[in-house]
Design a protein around this ligand. Structure first.
Ligand code: FAD
Length: 364
């Protein structure tokens, strides 16, 4: 049996932007809930971003439900910094008095046996009983690194962008930056100031025009989403993927924004390119993305080989009472962005409300 202190109607795992957005709507719906987060301080993944990281959209296009992100001071003409986002999330949590317990790490979610129903959620600080569970654990804990022959014998440094902090340790080195998205472009822009860099991408990167920011990615994604869901004739072509934030424009000005296609294997001291040429390399920075951090669901038997769960938008189809919020379009359109997650959080809360009403707790 679980004491009342560890019993709740809705348990949210993760208190980054997604968990907080869900918390906002759960509070508004008057539901009984708690959020568990394994980090010592607020901010979700953001404290793990690199030192110079900024949003690529302005503050008022990067807000959670209810409260606009404060604009940067007038003296700072750029988009919000990493630390400004962390501060916003910290204040958001306080403003809406969201009941976050931290650091508490969830190890496993299991079905409750017996008449109570719902879930048993095992953590490093006790076992919780909940009627509904929302996973909002993001992906930073699960960086994805592709596999290349000889990789284990490579004696240089390998680092994922999730661990990258700043360029200084790479000064004077030969560095491969792998990955053609915004992280790759931004890490390349910074490291190329102090190191000899080569940018390795699957395809030729597609740069957005200089005068648009991350809002255009959201608009593009919205248009494609509506087209694919049948509301428009055909998905419109996208303008590009990489936002030309000032550091990336600067890198272009320095002539270091060219890219090459991937190498075929590692050697102990470097890599071999497709044409057979060997090159010595000191470090490889993998900007190759993330996979959902959901291993604690393994006991429910619903994890797919790609680490995802079958969902109808955010609702896990094979596990009544379980929702997943914030993992990207497969769990709700644009849900992995600050501005996009609010919509998923609201719809999820509506579904939870209906679910709890239908599945009343048994009377003692
Ligand atoms: P997270 O922020 O990762 O929060 C999840 C929380 O759950 C974390 O605290 C985590 O430690 C915790 N957790 C995980 N597993 C457990 C467990 N088992 N038990 C307990 N707690 C757990 N988005 C934008 O909108 N604009 C941008 O400009 C932008 N730039 C980005 C730049 C980079 C380099 C990256 C990587 C992402 C960017 N994003 C941007 C995307 C997005 O905002 C982040 O990915 C966001 O952090 C996702 O929020 P989340 O709440 O879903 O997950």
């Amino acid at each position: 049996t679980v004491s009342d202190e560890f019993t709740t109607d809705v348990l949210v795992i993760g208190a980054g932007q997604s968990g907080l957005a869900v918390g906002y709507y759960l509070r508004r719906a008057g539901l009984n809930f708690v959020l568990l987060d394994d980090q010592p301080a607020p901010g979700g993944a953001w404290p793990h971003g690199w030192d110079s990281l900024r949003l690529f959209s302005p503050a008022d296009a990067s807000s959670l439900p209810g409260w606009l992100m404060p604009r940067p001071p007038a003296a700072d003409s750029g988009f919000p910094t990493r630390d400004a986002v962390i501060d916003y999330l910290k204040q958001y949590e306080q403003r809406y008095e969201l009941p976050v317990r931290r650091p508490v790490r969830v190890a496993a979610v299991r079905r409750s046996s017996g008449s109570v129903g719902g879930f048993m959620v095992e953590t490093d600080a006790g076992t919780w009983q909940a009627r509904a569970v929302v996973c909002a654990t993001g992906s930073w804990r699960n960086p994805f690194v592709p596999v290349y022959p000889g990789q284990a014998d490579f004696s240089g440094v390998q680092l994922h962008s999730a661990q990258y902090q700043q360029a200084a340790p790479f000064a004077g080195q030969r560095v491969l930056v792998v990955g053609g998205g915004n992280s790759g472009a931004q890490v390349l822009a910074e490291v190329s100031q102090v190191a000899h860099t080569t940018w390795v991408t699957e395809k030729e990167p597609r740069f957005l025009p200089d005068d648009v920011d991350g809002r255009v990615l959201f608009t593009q994604a919205t248009q494609r989403y509506h087209a694919l869901s049948g509301a428009a004739a055909a998905p419109p072509p996208t303008l590009g993927d990489i936002v030309m934030v000032p550091p990336v424009q600067d890198a272009r000005g320095r002539g270091v924004l060219g890219s090459v296609r991937p190498f075929v294997r590692f050697t102990p001291t470097g890599v071999v390119w497709a044409d057979g040429r060997e090159e010595s390399v000191d470090a490889v920075i993998w900007c190759t993305g993330f996979r959902p951090a959901l291993s604690f669901l393994a006991g429910l038997g619903i994890l797919q080989p790609d680490g995802r769960v079958a969902t109808e938008v955010a609702r896990a189809t094979a596990a009544p009472g379980l929702w997943l919020v914030g993992y990207g379009t497969w769990t709700g359109f644009a849900s992995a962005t600050i501005i996009g997650v609010g919509r998923s959080a609201r719809a999820t809360t509506d579904e939870i409300k209906a679910f709890l009403a239908l599945n009343q707790a048994p009377t003692e």
